[in-house]
Ligand binder design. Structure first.
Ligand SMILES: *Cc1c(COP(=O)(O)O)cnc(C)c1O
Length: 360
């Protein structure tokens, strides 16, 4: 067996310890004589799994008691519709457009009400985060929406926008659990887990209790109403049980790593190795304004599409996989999520040095 260094943006690398544990428990989970895939979601064993997953997440993020934690399906994209359906009481919302995911969310919300795009960085191919200290927040906005870490473009909000008292909703799919957060600054934090936490098929939403009501837009399906999932403790119907089990293992792994402050330090150390190299390289160039650089997704280019393609191909041959950039940016992108070891980033930089020498 040989594992590669997998720089995929998602689904992405998971901690090897977690995969090994899951493999060991595949045929017989904790003396039940069956796999977690095969057991009732109403069983005692699964109840234990989902309850401890929630508790471990609460511990990691220091989630206050007045926030609900929901495990749902449909990916992050399903939330693009659920958010307006559940929260657009005035049928007005403000969106900050920092990439494709925020753009898609805004477009979906437009089906339900008026969407004001109060800031955007599209003029520079989303290579920066706009100044959000004094935006024209709409007086009747039901919420202000951001995508906190832009997976495709490699930017991250280092400071949250000044929402002027409006509820902040953030898509954190690609920075989930990468550093400590102050949950109270948000009305809702959510993300698909396949970037930094677990297998595709699970989306986690952390929502302030008072926002979860029966007062949703007319015609909202039961399954798309947050209250359904909150009241049923994420067990209204069969949840993505195996995915939740893996997420739970990753939460325990993160706790064992020292929690989010410790993981942030590791992520900063990893990202620094790559950014420091990019800043002195004559061949490779980072595409993002320095102050807005993501710790998780690092896009870079050579400026020559043929050379980019050669790099991606030779990197793959060297065991460094999934480095091709998103089609809208071109070049390369290294996603260096929590589970990417430091050694993986060092191996990438060593390979880039060698490639630069050989192709100068
Ligand atoms: C990947 C991604 C999405 C889409 O996730 P799906 O689970 O495929 O719907 C949305 N937002 C961000 C920031 C992402 O990285």
């Amino acid at each position: 067996m040989s594992r590669v260094y997998n720089f995929s943006a998602g689904p992405a690398v998971l901690p090897e310890e977690v995969l090994k544990e899951a493999a060991a428990e595949m045929l017989d989970y904790n003396g039940t004589g069956m796999s977690v895939m095969e057991m009732s979601h109403r069983s005692k064993a699964f109840e234990e799994i989902i309850n401890s997953a929630e508790q471990d997440l609460r511990d990691l993020m220091n989630i206050p008691d007045n926030y609900k934690v929901l495990f749902m399906q449909g990916g992050a994209s399903q939330q693009f519709a659920m958010i307006p359906m559940n929260f657009m009481k005035n049928r007005v919302a403000d969106y900050i457009i920092t990439g494709q995911w925020a753009k898609k969310a805004a477009k979906e919300a437009e089906k339900y009400g008026k969407v004001n795009r109060i800031a955007s960085s599209e003029d520079q191919t989303f290579s920066y985060i706009p100044d959000c200290s004094d935006l024209p927040v709409s007086e009747d906005a039901d919420y202000v929406y951001i995508c906190e870490n832009n997976t495709i473009y490699g930017t991250k909000f280092k400071e949250l926008p000044n929402t002027k008292g409006k509820t902040l909703i953030a898509d954190v799919s690609s920075c989930f659990l990468s550093e400590p957060v102050d949950v109270e600054k948000y009305g809702m934090i959510y993300g698909g887990v396949q970037k930094n936490i677990g297998p595709a098929g699970v989306v986690i939403a952390i929502i302030r209790e008072d926002l979860i009501t029966e007062d949703v837009l007319e015609g909202t399906p039961t399954m798309l109403t947050y209250k359904t999932h909150a009241d049923a403790k994420s067990l209204y119907n069969t949840p993505p049980a195996y995915g939740i089990y893996i997420c739970g293992k990753v939460f325990k792994w993160l706790k064992a790593q020292g929690g989010l402050a410790a993981i942030k330090e590791k992520n900063e150390k990893k990202a620094k190795v790559l950014y420091d190299f990019l800043d002195q390289s004559k061949m490779f160039k980072g595409t993002v304004v320095k102050k807005d650089r993501s710790l998780m997704n690092v896009p870079f280019v050579t400026g020559d599409a043929d050379l980019d393609a050669k790099f991606v191909k030779e990197a793959k041959e060297a065991g460094l996989e999934n480095l091709k950039g998103h089609r809208s940016v071109g070049g390369m992108r290294a996603s260096i999520y929590n589970a990417m070891p430091y050694e993986g980033v060092v191996a990438l930089v060593e390979f880039m040095k060698k490639f630069e020498e050989e192709n100068a």
